[in-house]
Design a protein around this ligand. Structure first.
Ligand SMILES: [Zn+2]
Length: 388
């Protein structure tokens, strides 16, 4: 009997490991899963039937590359556990469902007035209603925020003007745990899992309202001790006379803040910061002052990115949100500054550099997958299977 229980526990640990791999890498085949888990074809077949019987996965046959036999890829069963994923941004929010294979279904989006209590009460109602409609399948809620987080606490989000806010209340009505994540780190997870080069070390740099990002190793962002990692925009690469809202001086990201851009160009403070800067970068016929600004931003981006590559040694670099358009608005200036800043070893063999490809739902996918990572352990899977 005890042996039986031990074998069961071992099976569910393997199942939890398999699902973790599935979340970290899009499109893994059954064969690759077997290799990563150290299972032969019999072992991986047993595992697949166990997961199918528990209504956790379905399999789809795919033709093998080269002369190999066909294999299959694993996808979320339509009745499998899910996480709700919230992307809370300056001025608006989005709520989606993240399946255990990273597929995101958008549910609803809306605006908020920036007041933490009112905004979170509104979101909690939406989360509770969504959980109810999913009939017991929601195991956790992931919330991505434009700031620094620790567990379910938002430590600081300068763009929202929020400090020390408990986000756990979002899951109270649904009765599930909440996990918070920095939005740039969450997007980086999604980039790493879908990038065709299968990066071992991915550096994701995001320009949105300032600069941020993450280093992702084997599908997971490199953590800090207090959740403060990835604040690339606060490298002191700019004029030390320039004060940053973070409290430091000379921060690299200040020049990319649309409000600072508007100040430089003599424009009023933009109501929609992202739209304002995006428009400046994309418009075809612009005055000389805007052309000079584009060149300046592309130069600053190239120079700082070279520094990050020298430090991190990534095999892939992805440019998220407006970082791609900043580069593309003055590509020669970007390339000059980037090359000049790279160590010879990197200049001779530079990492792949590309605009982010995970799309508009990257943040929702990243935070949903992270919330599932935190919840779907072996014990949870075993009790899920028992209830089927
Ligand atoms: Zn700063």
């Amino acid at each position: 009997m005890a042996d039986d229980l031990r074998a069961q526990a071992r099976h569910w640990r393997t199942a939890a490991d398999a699902l973790t791999l599935l979340r970290a890498r899009s499109g893994l085949t059954r064969r690759e899963l077997g290799e990563r888990l150290g299972l032969g074809s019999g072992g991986v077949s047993d595992l697949a039937s166990r997961l199918r019987a528990a209504r956790l996965i379905v399999e789809r046959t795919v033709s093998a590359r080269g002369a190999g036999r066909p294999t299959s890829t694993w996808h979320a069963h339509p009745e499998a556990p899910v996480a709700l994923a919230v992307d809370l941004r300056h001025g608006d929010w989005r709520l989606g469902v993240c399946a255990l294979d990273g597929e995101v279904t958008m549910l609803v989006a809306g605006v908020h007035d920036g007041d933490p209590d009112r905004s979170l009460a509104l979101l909690r109602r939406r989360v509770t209603a969504a959980a109810r409609s999913l009939e017991g399948r929601v195991v956790s809620v992931g919330v991505a925020v434009p700031g620094q987080v620790s567990g379910a606490r938002l430590l600081q989000a300068s763009m929202l003007g929020w400090r020390d806010v408990d986000l756990a209340r979002l899951g109270a009505g649904a009765g599930v745990p909440v996990l918070a994540g920095n939005d740039a780190s969450m997007a980086a997870i999604a980039e790493a899992r879908v990038h065709p080069a299968r990066p071992a070390v991915l550096l994701h740099l995001v320009a949105e309202v300032g600069l941020g990002g993450a280093v992702v190793v084997d599908g997971r962002p490199v953590p800090g001790a207090r959740g403060l990692q990835g604040e690339f925009g606060h490298l002191p690469l700019a004029d030390p006379g320039l004060a940053c809202p973070c409290g430091a001086h000379g921060c690299w990201g200040v020049a990319f803040d649309p409000r600072e851009v508007a100040r430089r160009l003599g424009d009023p403070t933009p109501a929609d910061p992202r739209g304002y800067l995006g428009g400046l970068l994309a418009r075809p016929d612009v005055p000389d002052a805007v052309l000079r600004l584009r060149e300046d931003l592309a130069t600053r981006l190239g120079r700082g990115l070279a520094g990050l590559v020298n430090v991190v040694d990534p095999d892939v670099v992805t440019l998220g949100a407006l970082a791609g358009p900043v580069r593309d608005a003055a590509p020669a200036r970007f390339a000059d500054a980037y090359d000049l800043g790279l160590m010879t070893l990197h200049r001779d063999r530079p990492p792949l550099l590309a605009t982010a490809t995970a799309g508009a739902d990257a943040v929702l996918a990243g935070v949903g997958l992270t919330a599932l990572d935190q919840t779907l352990d072996a014990a949870r899977l075993a009790s899920w299977a028992e209830g089927r």
